[in-house]
Structures are given as structure tokens and as C-alpha cells.
Write a protein that binds this ligand. Structure first.
Ligand code: KG4
Ligand code: ZN
Length: 357
């Protein structure tokens, strides 16, 4: 019997040091043997955001322990591994370099192939760890660093339909949280506060809601919240602002997703399409509910990766690694870290003042 491929996945692009062991399977989804994530939340909390130098140091301290833990949990030995998949970008260059150098050294020592993976492709394929998902599908990636609508046509084949022209959605959640006096990362806490508030109390702007296709913008919203936050008198005001912010985000996403659906229908020739919502913000229950409802109305099947696979993890990197391994898509040992690696390499850079929509 042919040996089932065993992939070690490594992730260190931002503030999570992660390792995972994934085994090929005859079933519809591979066998996730371990998925260890060590978060640096405590380190960065007091700074209100990720400090690259501190993040890199922590990756250096922990990476071998985390890989060791993932191996132990999986019950496999290092010598059983068939390939090492590692995030090569996008992300913080000092952080990416830690994982990449570790993976290169392992690949060289074990004489096993190195597979450099795009972190966003990891998020894009993360539902494949639990669902037999076929290409093509529409992806909404909403994380701390990215907010994009992508048509996922095949492994390595992406068309970006829309992106944020300023802040990422997770960043908008975190900045709003900071203004409400909540420590980083504030997204999950905003959700908790919002549950106690009146979502109709504050009327907040929805930047570029009627233009720019399914591109997104959140910077104007942040400015409005900054102003209102100065007028806040008590806890109830804070809850109301959190609820109003979350409601505004839901409305923006529903409107823009509808546009993305229409664009995707022109690309796919299927009657019913899959819509994957991935990245840390996809953990938000109200966002989930709204996008689920819209999907059913528009004949799309919504797929959310489970909560533990929404945020950064190495299982998703191993997942891409396994797909590439089957196609023998290996990387050279001198593969550089690519801090701005885009999934759709033809997509133009859309950020900052002066962007034309
Ligand atoms: O994908 P992720 O873990 O890391 C990045 O690649 O950025 O996403 C982290 C982001 C943070 O901004 C965090 O505040 C946000 O996801 N987030 C949430 C929720 N849980 C995490 N935002 C809103 N509601 C949540 N429940
Ligand atoms: Zn991510």
C-alpha cells in the first residue's frame, strides 16, 4: 500500500507561532493529527498592536518547542515527515524569516522537500480541512491584516474581486476596541459589548458603500468613532457604540457581498456556488448570521471554517502543502520571504489616498 503523505506545516507570519501535522487520507478530508497554536497576545497587549521585533523574538524562542509539541501530539516522528510546508508571506518580514529559516534547515537536514505557502492561500483552503470543497468558490477573507473578496479558481489560481483600500476589517475592530478602552486584540470583546447595546443609537458612516464595486473602506468609520468616543459618559454608551459599529459593519458586508456574488456568478458556470468566509473576523456570530442569510437568499452555500481554524494556524498551511505535494510543486531552498505576496498577482495595489475606484 502506498504511504500516505505526511506534511509538517509551520506558521510564523505575525503573532502566532504554530505547527501542525496533516496526513493524506482516502476519505474526503485529510487527517488532522495535530494543530498547535501559541499566541503572543500577552506580549503585544500593552502596546495595542503587534510589535514586530518582539514578535520575531518570541517566534525564535518557541518555534522548536511548538514543532516538537505538534509531532508528539500526532504520534509521529520527524523522520516520518514527507515534506515541510511553511508560510513565506505575506506578513512581517522578521517573523516570516524565523519560520522560513527553521523550515529550510529541517528540509535540508531531513532531505525532504520544502513547500513555501502563501498565508492567504492557507486561509482560502482552510475549509478543505473539514469539508470536501471543490473549486471554484468565492472567498471573503476578513482578518487583522486583510479584507478581500477572491474568486478561488484552483490551487494557485485566484482573481481578486475586491479589497480594502485602507484598514483591514480586523484592524477596524481592534482600533474601535482601543477607543472603547479594550485591550488588543479587541474584536472578540467588541462582540461581547455589542450584545448589551442599542445598535440604532449612533448613526455611523459607511464609506464607499455606493461605489467601488465590492472594494471596502473602513478608515472613515474609525474617524467617526474617534469623535463619538470622546462624548461617551458611561458603560451603556460604550455598549451602544460597540453595537452600532458592529451593525454598520454587518450592513457594509451584506451590501458588498451581494456585489461580489453577482461578479462571481459571471465567473462560475455552476447553478449553486460555495461561499467561504475565513480569517479571524469570521468568528463573529452576527457577521456569520447575516452572511448566512444573504447566501441562502442568493443561492450560495455558506461555509465557515470552525472557530479554531478561522484565526492563524499551521493546519491551513499544511493543507496547502499537501495539495502542492500531490502535484510535486516544491520550492527552492533559497526561496525568499515575501512580505507583500498577493494571491492575485495581477491585482493592482489599492491602498491610500488617491486610489481611484
Ligand atoms: O486571521 P487572524 O487570527 O489573524 C490575522 O491574520 O490577522 O485575525 C485576527 C483578527 C483580529 O483583528 C481580531 O480582533 C479579529 O480577527 N477577531 C474578531 C473576532 N475574533 C477575532 N473580530 C470580530 N469579532 C470576533 N469575534
Ligand atoms: Zn491570517
Amino acid at each position: 500500500m502506498k504511504k500516505k503523505a505526511l506534511i509538517l506545516g509551520i506558521e510564523s507570519s505575525c503573532d502566532e507561532t504554530a505547527a501542525s501535522i496533516l496526513e493524506e487520507s482516502n476519505e474526503s478530508v485529510p487527517n488532522l493529527l495535530s494543530n498547535i497554536v501559541s499566541s503572543q497576545e500577552e506580549i503585544h497587549k500593552k502596546f495595542g498592536g503587534v510589535v514586530p521585533e518582539l514578535a520575531a523574538r518570541s517566534h525564535i524562542d518557541k518555534i522548536d518547542l511548538i514543532v516538537d509539541k505538534a509531532l508528539k501530539k500526532s504520534g509521529k516522528k520527524l523522520s516520518d515527515i514527507d515534506a515541510i510546508a511553511v508560510t513565506g508571506g505575506p506578513g512581517l518580514i522578521v517573523c516570516l524569516s524565523v519560520g522560513l529559516n527553521f523550515a529550510k534547515t529541517l528540509a535540508m537536514t531531513l532531505k525532504k522537500p520544502l513547500i513555501v505557502v502563501n498565508h492567504l492561500e492557507g486561509h482560502a483552503l482552510s475549509p478543505k480541512l473539514v469539508t470536501d470543497l471543490k473549486f471554484p468558490y468565492l472567498l471573503l477573507l476578513i482578518s487583522g491584516g486583510h479584507s478581500q473578496y477572491l474568486a478561488v479558481k484552483n490551487l494557485g489560481k485566484y482573481k481578486r474581486l475586491g479589497t480594502t483600500i485602507d484598514d483591514a476589517l480586523g484592524e477596524a475592530f481592534d482600533k474601535t476596541a482601543k477607543l472603547l478602552g479594550i485591550k488588543f486584540p479587541g474584536g472578540p470583546f467588541i462582540e461581547k459589548l455589542a450584545a448589551k447595546g442599542n445598535k440604532n443609537k449612533y448613526d455611523l458612516p459607511k464609506p464607499i458603500i455606493n461605489k467601488g464595486g465590492c472594494n471596502l473602506s473602513f478608515a472613515g468609520l474609525k474617524t467617526a468613532i474617534l469623535k463619538i468616543s470622546k462624548t461617551i459618559k458611561n458603560d451603556q454608551d460604550r455598549y451602544d457604540l460597540a453595537a452600532s459599529f458592529q451593525k454598520t459593519i454587518e450592513e457594509i458586508l451584506v451590501k458588498k457581498t451581494k456585489i461580489a456574488f453577482d461578479q462571481f456568478k459571471k465567473i462560475s458556470n455552476k447553478k449553486k456556488n460555495f461561499f467561504v468566509i475565513a480569517g479571524g473576523v469570521a468568528a463573529n456570530s452576527n457577521i456569520r448570521k447575516n452572511l448566512e442569510k444573504l447566501s441562502f437568499n442568493e443561492n450560495f452555500i455558506p461555509i465557515f471554517p470552525p472557530h479554531n481554524l478561522c484565526g492563524d494556524n499551521a493546519a491551513m498551511i499544511a493543507m496547502v502543502g499537501l495539495e502542492k505535494f500531490k502535484l510535486k510543486k516544491f520550492s527552492k531552498l533559497n526561496h525568499p520571504a515575501l512580505p507583500r505576496w498577493q494571491l492575485d498577482e495581477k491585482a493592482t495595489f489599492l491602498k491610500g489616498a488617491g486610489v481611484k475606484l
